[in-house]
Design a protein around this ligand. Sequence first.
Ligand code: SAM
Length: 403
Amino acid sequence: MLTDAEEALVARTVLGAVDEVVTRGAFLSTVLERALKSVPDALREAVVLRCRAFVRRWRALAELMPTGSPGDRYAGLLALEGLGPTKRSLEAAFAKWLAVEAPVVRVARHAGLPDWLAARLVEQYGAADALALATALDRDAPTCVRANRLLTTRESLCVALAEFGPQPMALATDGLVLTGGVGVFQSAPFQRGEFEVQDEGSQLVAELVAPPPKGLVLDLCAGSGGKSLALAALLKGKGRVVATDVAEHKLDELRRRARRAQAGNVQILPYAEAEALIPKADRVLLDAPCSGTGALRRNPEARHHLKASDLARFATAQAELLARTVSALRPGGRVVYATCSVLREENEDVVATVAGVDVVPPKELWGRARATALTSSDGRFLQLLPHRHGTDGFFAAVLRRRA
Ligand SMILES: C[S@@+](CC[C@H](N)C(=O)[O-])C[C@H]1O[C@@H](n2cnc3c(N)ncnc32)[C@H](O)[C@@H]1O
């Protein structure tokens, strides 16, 4: 329970941050980084969670309380989230608002999504599955970590992180879900490099790359290196993971993380030098820039920035990137094309644009028993969805260059 003074500070901070996101188009993570500096540690989680809830519920609050002041809407949010004194009339109006029959509007309202995105989900998944998917994307994501095999095991890490309530993941080999993750970055195992924070789906994409022992793997869209580090660990610190990104400044964070993880087999190269290695590589990972629709649990504000027209732009860039990579592969060489999008336009449709490759279905790498529950209905691709797998939404295709 917060005191009145704490509640007032939280409310002021949340309202200021949400105003910048919703009315001025700022990114919540950027706004929060600044705003949290003037909030005591003990109140930070409340601010972050309420900001996320506010951003998600914005559409409902704006439509149900069109003339309400920001303060009224905040009170409405507390009622809807069960955090404040209940306002029965608002709850009843909200329930009626949600009960609309038209499937697209229903999905949009339940999950606070723009209509164009709800329409695509309904078209691609059907009304019932789209509602379940959108609702799952609207929840907060659990804190997921990956035990760093270079320094520990999942079992030892489970003991070392006991105070955070670790549970072994059902799907990813080295993963733990923390039921209470607050403060985990200050923990001794983190400082010692014994784990990385990484969604279960992202861990599974790295597992699907399946580098051969001592192999050469290129990660051409490495960013801050979540998957590069997982690949380095899968290679047991041997072989080589060459990581690069067109935005080379992002690699600074990877450099720091690789040092902490003692991943001596990660080599960071300028983009052109890394790309020149494609013909020599055993595996290339293209974790392509995408709409991020699968990761809305972790970036809820992205729904306000994403436009329908962005999809075509992403798809064009993704197809170009994939074609360029495939054309440089040696015969038999493999590229793993991955996104954290749940939309066909960025996934199956992009894969369909490349010629001269065979799709390697996940069951060939993992066996039928493991792969079946994790693949698209035709079995050709890795398809992870939050309402089915509890992961962020991910897609991955393993493509082998024909001779
Ligand atoms: C999905 S993020 C990568 C996340 C990262 N692999 C991880 O696991 O943490 C996509 C990355 O692709 C990069 N990118 C954008 N356009 C690119 C291009 N044409 N070639 C290579 N990388 C690109 C972006 O800078 C971004 O870091």
